[in-house]
Design a protein around this ligand. Structure first.
Ligand code: SAH
Length: 215
């Protein structure tokens, strides 16, 4: 899987500007057991460089995309992060090895429960799973050094811009469901000015903007 990620990084370097991902990011990906975050029936495919279904029409992202987004986030050891879209918990686990705290919000209750219990069992103790609507962020622990959104929004949720620290960065896919989506890097400078930069065409499940679903 690591080799496939490195190969895809080289192939997309012209678009992303990153032909090689940071060593600390690759080390984190190497040390998180992806097989523990996929459904039992898909364990044999856990180390393929592909997205996999995790139920409720949701997916665990392709490992290359996890690596790219994590790399572009430039995580640092003292960072407080917010992830919107916990899904399986895999991305949160990777990020937790590179930063100080990861708050991660999931809107589908059974996925939240499954990911929480998995992260707890595996002792990712600096991950704080939350059930709720990540479109609104999590103001209680804001502002964040880094924000990662792993579902595609129609536009950048204003609450997330607000909850991003000055000097902070957010990675977020933007675009319609089943349409042309683009991964954006969003930077807020020391003066609070926000700039956005497109990185790569991507395909994510949609960010739900409604109320918490009680399934
Ligand atoms: N990062 C995940 C992949 C998540 S797929 C992983 O590593 O496995 C996207 C997830 O976002 C889905 O689980 C979906 O239920 C969740 N989601 C969609 N809209 C959301 C919202 N408004 N708030 C929180 N989670 C949301």
């Amino acid at each position: 899987m690591l080799q496939a990620i490195a190969r895809t990084a080289r192939e997309t370097a012209r678009l992303t500007g990153r032909g090689r991902f940071a060593e600390n990011v690759m080390t984190a990906i190497r040390s998180v057991q992806r097989s523990r975050f996929v459904p039992d029936g898909l364990v044999v495919e856990a180390y393929e460089n592909i997205a996999l279904p995790i139920g409720y029409e949701q997916t665990i992202s392709q490992p290359y995309i996890v690596a790219l987004m994590t790399d572009l986030l430039r995580p640092e050891k003292d960072h407080i992060c917010l992830e919107v879209g916990t899904g399986s918990g895999y991305q949160a686990a990777v990020l937790s090895l590179l930063t100080s705290k990861v708050y991660t919000i999931e809107i589908i209750a059974p996925l939240f429960r499954q990911a929480s219990s998995q992260l707890h069992k595996m002792h990712y103790d600096n991950v704080y799973p939350l059930l709720g609507n990540g479109y609104l962020g999590y103001p209680e622990a804001a502002p964040y050094d880094r924000i990662i959104v792993t579902a595609a929004a129609e536009k950048i949720p204003p609450a997330l811009i607000e909850q991003l620290k000055k000097g902070g960065r957010m990675m977020i896919p933007i675009g319609p469901e089943n349409g042309a989506q683009v991964l954006y890097q969003v930077d807020k400078d020391a003066a609070g000015e926000v700039t956005t930069q497109p990185v790569l065409d991507v395909r994510f499940v949609p960010l739900i903007e409604g109320e918490t679903l009680a399934l």
